[in-house]
Design a protein. Sequence first.
Length: 256
Amino acid sequence: MTTVERPPATRRELKAEVGVVLLLSLAQSAVYAVVSLIAKLTAGKPLSQQTATLNPSQSPRPYLDLTYQMLGIFFALIPVLLALYLLSRDRLAPVRTLGLDFRRPGPDLGWGTALAACIGLPGLLLVFVAAQLGLNAQIIPAALQPVWWAVPVLILAALQNAILEEVIVVGYLMTRLREFGWRLWWVVGTSAVLRGSYHLYQGFGAFVGNAVMGVVFALFFLRKGRVMPLIVAHGILDIAAFVGYTLLPKEWLDWL
């Protein structure tokens, strides 16, 4: 019995593929973010007096809330599996192509920590300035009930965000756009603008800050060819924000 080798996907098929992957994941989030921003801007009060909650409670019943949280994390990662499968289908070896492995734990952790420090501190300053200028909503990183599983779920949510965004917006999307023959700056710009757009529900400052982060991360990927340090950096930033907001005393948060 002979097997028939699948012919390479055409450019048109790849464009349709990218559209489907993005619409199932972060392009969908970008559409909702734009609608959310429009709703805030037309709500009759300044954007800076409104809130954007990143990890809200899903139910007043704790264990039902936990169930919703875990299901949300699980299903949010399905597009990642789809993207990796599609790259594998085209014999691109996604683990090697994206640098999505544990072969270099030391350098990945070192670069990830350095990136988190370089992005995190200027990012906090940008959020503060944007809030003072009325360009951003007040961000509430976490609003879970005070239950035993809140911190573990927030850590998992942070890791889910990191894996989803860095694999899809950097690894997968940039790999496909380079296959299309796009100029590198168009590839970098598209990845960065997409990253900024699905944060628009937080305001214009969040768009700018995340777009800048997107440029830095995209250039790093072009240079190093690995998304693992980006996942580490993103995970550190989100864990610090989510868990820090949950555990810090309220008077500290008011001061910050």
